[in-house]
Design a protein around this ligand. Structure first.
Ligand SMILES: [Zn+2]
Length: 131
C-alpha cells in the first residue's frame, strides 16, 4: 500500500472516530415523570422507559466496539503500516472496496464469514501440519 493510500485510510479512520464520538453515548434516562407523558398510565410509561433503556445500552455497546476497532486500526497504521489492509487471518490483502467501506476491517470477507470457530482452520493450520 502506498503512503498516500495509508494517509487516505488514516483520514477516513479519524473521521469515523470523530463521528462515532460526536454521536455520543445515548443517554439512559432514569424513570421520570415527563410533563408530556401526563395522562399515560404508569404501567405503559414504565414499559416504554425500560424499552428505551435497553435500546440505549445496545447502541452504546455497539458504539464502544466500533470505537475500539477504529482505535485499533489507527494504532496499526502507526506501528505496522505494512500490515494495514492485510487480513489478520489469511494475510491476504483485504479488497480495496471493503477497506473503503470499512477502513477498520481486520479480516477479508472470506475470513469474516468463517468466524464460526468450528470452521476456523486457516491456512496457518495447514502450514503447521506440514512441519
Ligand atoms: Zn482472510
Amino acid at each position: 500500500m502506498t503512503p498516500r493510500q495509508l494517509a487516505g485510510f488514516k483520514a477516513a479512520l479519524e473521521k469515523a472516530r470523530t463521528d462515532a464520538r460526536a454521536d455520543g453515548p445515548a443517554k439512559i434516562e432514569p424513570n421520570r415523570k415527563d410533563p408530556i407523558a401526563v395522562g399515560v398510565p404508569d404501567e405503559d410509561e414504565q414499559a416504554l422507559s425500560e424499552m428505551m433503556q435497553t435500546l440505549a445500552s445496545t447502541r452504546n455497546k455497539k458504539q464502544a466496539e466500533l470505537l475500539a476497532q477504529i482505535t485499533r486500526a489507527l494504532r496499526k497504521l502507526d506501528t505496522a503500516p505494512d500490515d494495514f489492509g492485510l487480513c489478520e487471518d489469511c494475510e491476504e490483502a483485504i479488497p480495496a472496496k471493503r477497506l473503503q467501506a470499512l477502513p477498520y476491517a481486520t479480516l477479508c470477507t472470506e475470513c469474516q464469514s468463517k468466524q464460526d470457530p468450528r470452521r476456523n482452520q486457516s491456512r496457518k493450520g495447514l502450514t503447521d501440519y506440514d512441519r
